[in-house]
Structure formats: structure tokens, C-alpha cells
Write a protein that binds this ligand. Structure first.
Ligand code: NAG
Ligand code: NAG
Length: 476
């Protein structure tokens, strides 16, 4: 196509016989080329700027860009106070035979709380949390926390690939603690892999140890911009990004903002606002003739019966979303005041989002894939930082408007993208739907097992899939 246009423009250059027509034709050809070029130019998402600190932005004062080392610490008094609250909790019995269908089974909750009170060793978990280097730095008026792990050894002739990994709700940077060694030290984990990463896991502002925004309007675009500023401050020009849940939307926004900085985007949760007409047609016909509407057999297995699997199930599981997208502070008052309520609210998600059938299990299947130590560590990260309310507000800032009108809905994603579709994810997005938004899907994997908390549940599978993307992008 290009060749042809250039050729025809060139052939217009030498028609000596017609000296008058030539410049006119050249001008028209030039315009055509310009128009085509502008059409080919990739639309990016405006980066903008923001201020999330308390009060007015100080006039023209340069932000302190230093990066400080940080360690997670809690005082004995905080632990004592937590124990007092755990001791004073009150419970009502679950409905007979209800398992997790009405929410967290309070009989099982008492067991979790007894473990928390008597066996859970926060000091030991703190040692685990602090085994990797933590830092804080101020961006747009708030302190941003991140974990930064450099590889201990890099194979000869290789360079470590910087990789930013972003968590979601109700998770934290701790979701990545099992995948970090697989990515930064494959040899130490018995993996024969040349591709080694330098991993940066920030806490979304308002989550865990990142300060909460003091101003309204902190959405995924703002988070994406802040993480770009963080990576720039750390000196990375080009890097990979990975995310699930909110992390998926944030890293996608990063790829839309500065596509040149993002070498590859890997997602284990696929956010699309609408799949257009193609999606509608494939929903109507996909169960009968998947091949005709761009679906694979596996897509159709995961999608249908659609209302059962992807509509009713979603309705049953997303009441929290409506609360958090409308009046987060109200329910948040209770959760921030009661560690038992907080544990029930957070851990219920680790049950059903890992496997929907866990709803029918007395103990929500929680200990099938996770240890209580790991689960309670997540809860503690929210408790000791009082961050549940600010984490919930992120929904308010992102779900209240028309999603199709959001600026990021009108900009495609052109960076090389790897999509990992885990079978127990809340909803399945076939490649043919994702293509509308992600214009350069390099890998699309039907993962054999695992759900919403991919890095936490299936670190080996996720690490493998990230490496697969990097190898394709770099032609290794
Ligand atoms: C709640 O969990 C407890 C402990 O796991 C179990 O014994 C009980 O049967 C469950 N109750 C309901 C209503 O499912
Ligand atoms: C649907 C909605 O309210 N989206 C907001 C969330 O964040 C985007 C940017 O990522 C805003 O532009 C949207 O308005």
C-alpha cells in the first residue's frame, strides 16, 4: 500500500511534458500522504498533571524527589489494641446450611479470628515483608510506597528487564511475594531461564503504605501518571508492565499514555468497556457456531451458558462494587473500626474470586490455595495503615461515569500485549473481543488453572506467561 502511494507520487515528479499539472498533482499527493500519515499516528492518552496533597498545591515549589528507604514497623501498642478489638468481637450464627452463600460464614470467621489472635505471628510476617527493599518518594503531593527487587545475578550477555507490577483491590504488593523470586532469581528457584527481571511493585495511592489522596478524583489515569513519574525517577526509559484487577487498568493506561516507554504489557485481567457489535453477535451465535463468530471452543466453554456464568454470577459477586462506587465512606467507617469485619469483607473475595464454587463450602475454600498467614497478612496491611476506606474510594472515582465516554475508552493500546486468561477469573474475555482495544496482542494464553489473584495463586504459571511475552517481544 505504502509502496504504491510513494510510487505514484514519484511518478508524478517527472512528467516534463506537463509542467503545470505536475506541481498541483505533487501538492495533492503530498496532502494525501500527510493525511495518511496522520491517520497512522498513534493516538495517546493525555498525561495531564495532578495534585493530591492536603490543601492547595504550593506555588511553583519544586517537589522533593528524593527516594527514602522504608521498613514496615508496628508498635506493640498497635498489636495490643488490635487484640483487644479481636477479643471484644460479637458474632451472630450463620443460617443453617448456608456455607458462604450469604457471605462469610461467621462460625468459620470465629476460627480465623482465634488463629489471628493466638497463633498468627505478625512479627514473623513483618520479617517476610521486609525481606525485600521498600522505598517511599513523594509524587504529586503524596508519598508513594514501592518494593524494588534487583536480581542477585544476571546471566552473561543479558540485562535485567525492569518490570512494574501493579496489584488491585482487595490485594496489595504482597500478592507478588511468591512471583518475585521466580522473576528476579530464576536460577535460585531451580529454573533454567536467561530472562531475568528487576521488579518494582508500588502500592496504589490509598492502598497499604502509599499515602491516600487528599483530593477528589484520583482515578486510574492519575495512578498511571504517578507510576510513570516513579519509573522516570528511578531512571527507567523503557520497561514492562504487568497487572490484574485495578492494576490491569492502570498499566493499560500507562501503555496508552507513553507507549514508547512501555516495551510490553502483560495482563491477567482484561478490561474492555464494550466489545461492540461483534461481541453481541458472538454472544448470540457463539454457543452454536463459535468458529463463525471468532470464538474458539475454549472461549465458548468458558462463556456459555452466558447468563449463568458471566451475568448472574457477576451480579451475585459485585454488590461490593456498587457500594464502593457510590458511598464508600459509609461502609468504610465500620470496616476501619472493626478488624473482624475487615477480615470478613476482604477474605470473602479471596474465597469466591479464587473459585466460584467455593461459595458452597463451609469455610469458603479459603485454605485450599492460601495459608491463613498469607491471608491475614493482606488484612493486616489494610488494618495497620487504615487504608480500607481510601482503597474503596478508588471505585467511586472510576466507576461512576459512562465508561464508554472515558478518555481511555477512545484510545487503542498499541504496545505488544500478552493476555493471560485464567479459567476462574470473574468473567472471560475472548481474544476476538480484546482485539478491539488491544491492537497488538502478541500472546493470548488459556491458563490451565487459577483465578483472580493470579500472582498469589499461580506464581509459576504467571511467571512463565510473562517470560513468554518478553521472549516474543525481543525475538529470543
Ligand atoms: C460454617 O463453618 C463451620 C466451620 O468451618 C462449619 O462447621 C459450619 O458447618 C459452617 N456453617 C454453615 C452454615 O455452613
Ligand atoms: C467510568 C468512570 O467513571 N471512569 C473514570 C475512571 O477513570 C478514568 C480514567 O481512567 C476517568 O477518565 C473516568 O471518567
Amino acid at each position: 500500500m505504502w509502496q504504491q502511494i510513494l510510487q505514484s507520487v514519484r511518478s508524478l515528479e517527472y512528467p516534463r511534458r506537463n509542467a503545470v499539472l505536475a506541481p498541483a498533482a505533487l501538492g495533492a499527493g503530498g496532502l494525501l500522504v500527510c493525511w495518511l500519515l496522520s491517520r497512522r499516528k498513534i493516538k495517546t492518552l493525555a498525561m495531564g498533571d495532578g495534585w493530591w496533597g492536603s490543601g492547595e498545591r504550593p506555588p511553583r515549589e519544586k517537589e522533593d524527589e528524593t527516594i527514602q528507604c522504608f521498613q514496615i514497623e508496628t508498635s506493640d501498642r498497635e498489636i495490643q489494641e488490635l487484640h483487644q478489638r479481636l477479643d471484644q468481637a460479637r458474632y451472630i450464627p450463620p443460617l443453617e446450611g448456608a456455607a458462604f452463600q450469604y457471605g462469610f460464614n461467621s462460625t468459620y470467621l470465629q476460627r480465623v479470628v482465634a488463629y489471628w489472635r493466638n497463633q498468627f505471628d505478625w512479627r514473623k510476617q513483618l520479617e517476610i515483608l521486609n525481606q525485600y527493599p521498600h522505598f517511599k518518594t513523594t509524587i504529586e503531593g503524596i508519598e508513594v510506597h514501592f518494593v524494588h527487587v534487583k536480581p542477585s545475578r544476571v546471566p552473561k550477555g543479558q540485562a535485567a528487564r525492569p518490570l512494574l507490577m501493579v496489584h488491585g483491590w482487595p490485594g496489595s504488593f504482597y500478592e507478588f511475594y511468591k512471583i518475585i523470586p521466580l522473576l528476579t532469581d530464576p536460577a535460585g528457584q531451580g529454573l533454567n531461564e536467561d530472562v531475568v527481571f528487576e521488579v518494582i511493585c508500588p502500592s496504589i495511592p490509598g492502598y497499604g503504605f502509599s499515602e491516600a489522596p487528599h483530593q477528589q478524583g484520583f482515578d486510574t489515569l492519575a495512578a498511571a501518571r504517578i507510576f510513570h513519574k516513579l519509573m522516570q525517577r528511578l531512571g527507567f526509559q523503557e520497561f514492562y508492565v504487568q497487572g490484574g484487577d485495578w492494576g490491569s487498568r492502570i498499566t493499560t493506561n500507562m501503555a496508552q499514555m507513553l507507549p514508547k516507554s512501555v516495551k510490553g504489557l502483560h495482563l491477567n485481567f482484561i478490561f474492555i468497556t464494550s466489545g461492540g457489535l461483534g461481541m453481541l453477535v458472538s454472544l448470540l451465535l457463539g454457543a452454536y457456531v463459535p468458529w463463525l463468530v471468532g470464538l474458539t471452543r475454549e472461549d465458548s466453554r468458558r462463556l456459555f451458558p452466558y447468563f449463568e456464568k458471566n451475568v448472574y454470577d457477576l451480579l451475585r459477586e459485585t454488590g461490593y462494587l456498587h457500594i464502593q462506587a457510590t458511598k464508600p465512606d459509609t461502609a468504610g467507617c465500620a470496616l476501619n473500626d472493626s478488624p473482624v469485619g475487615l477480615a470478613a469483607y476482604i477474605l470473602e473475595k479471596f474465597s469466591t474470586w479464587t473459585d466460584k464454587s467455593f461459595r458452597n463450602m463451609d469455610n469458603g475454600g479459603l485454605e485450599r490455595k492460601f495459608s491463613l498467614d498469607d491471608l491475614l497478612t493482606h488484612v493486616m496491611i489494610y488494618w495497620v495503615t487504615s487504608s480500607i476506606v481510601s482503597s474503596m474510594r478508588f471505585y467511586k472515582e472510576n466507576v461512576s461515569k459512562n465508561p464508554n465516554a472515558a478518555p481511555d475508552a477512545r484510545v487503542g493500546v498499541y504496545v505488544p500485549t500478552g493476555l493471560a486468561a485464567f479459567p476462574q477469573e470473574l468473567a472471560h474475555t475472548p481474544r476476538s473481543w480484546a482485539k478491539k482495544k488491544f491492537k497488538n496482542i502478541v500472546t493470548y494464553s488459556y491458563m490451565p488453572r487459577g483465578g483472580h489473584f493470579a500472582a498469589f495463586e499461580e506464581p509459576e504459571l504467571l511467571a512463565q506467561d510473562i517470560r513468554q511475552l518478553v521472549k516474543k517481544v525481543e525475538h529470543l
